[in-house]
Design a protein around this ligand. Sequence first.
Ligand code: PEP
Ligand code: MN
Length: 357
Amino acid sequence: MDLYKAIFESNRPFLIAGPCSAESEEQMFQVAHDLKSSTNTSILRAGIWKPRTRPLSFEGFGDTALDWLVKAGKATGLPTTVEVANKLHVEMALKAGVDILWIGARTTVNPFTVQEIADTIKGSDIPVLVKNPVNPDLELWIGAIERLQKAGLKQVAAVHRGFSYYNHIKYRNVPQWEIPIALRDRMPQIPIICDPSHITGARGLIQSVSQKAMDLNFDGLMIEVHPNPEHALSDANQQITPVELAQLIENLVIRSHEVSPTIEDNLKEMRDKIAILDDRIFELLSARMKMSSEVGAFKREHHVTIFQQEHWKQMLLKRLDMLDELDLSDSFVRRLMDEIHQESIRHQTKVMNPKND
Ligand code: PEP
Ligand code: MN
């Protein structure tokens, strides 16, 4: 199928939906039918070989289930996609007539496996979706896309599913939006689909992450949908019903990324004001660091160390006390103060020990 054409000609968001795992022929037929009749889903997804973090979790029904996916797709006219993680998976998926392959996050991290997959697909014109690696490494993500492109594949798209983090308070996989944004800068021709299901791990957060993806001009969404999410054999907490998906899409506000000349003028005026403020911020930072150098010279003269723990603690606390007044977040103020502190230490070091800069 022509994936790029389908993405670029679709009404945003281009939608890939279906269960985390294909669990039975009935489940696949029901979900495909419901998606077709009540949503604008373009591609039917389902996992067949499931890469589970821990053993003894449900690992998919394997090639038997491949047949359920393909049949459900044919019955509803929905093209299908499945995750492949090795040569055998690719061969079976191609033979079964799956329309699009996807490479999972745990596979993208391994260049040997990605190369094995690319070598097996070579010669076919099947589109491939490449999920980001589990770790926040843009180069690995780009490397996997390049391996497929070098194998002659013309239709490669990226899927942003967030990055592993130990015990994150909110997300199952932290979005780190700056990484897919950097991918867009480096590979502007590659469509990017957001997978809010695996980012959030919780159905209640999927709406807001989907909205953010739309506001950042992502091309589409891949969302896990199950006829009976609470009883799903994998990822039960993050799957939603087809009716919930329809509602979610209905609730999305799709803003245009094309800017009219009037809007451009108004935006320019506001951006000019911001640029003036940014100029001031940088002038002040530069003046502040000059002052740090003076402090460094003074400390050198009086033989005192650069880092004064108690003073630093007081400086930080003073700013944290002003969060409400300044309308700034705790994490922003901590990070900003930390950066200012590091830069200040660098300036003082330069004065104290010119050779250690
Ligand atoms: C999936 O989409 O079901 C899946 C296993 O995804 P990921 O590779 O992003 O964990
Ligand atoms: Mn899943």
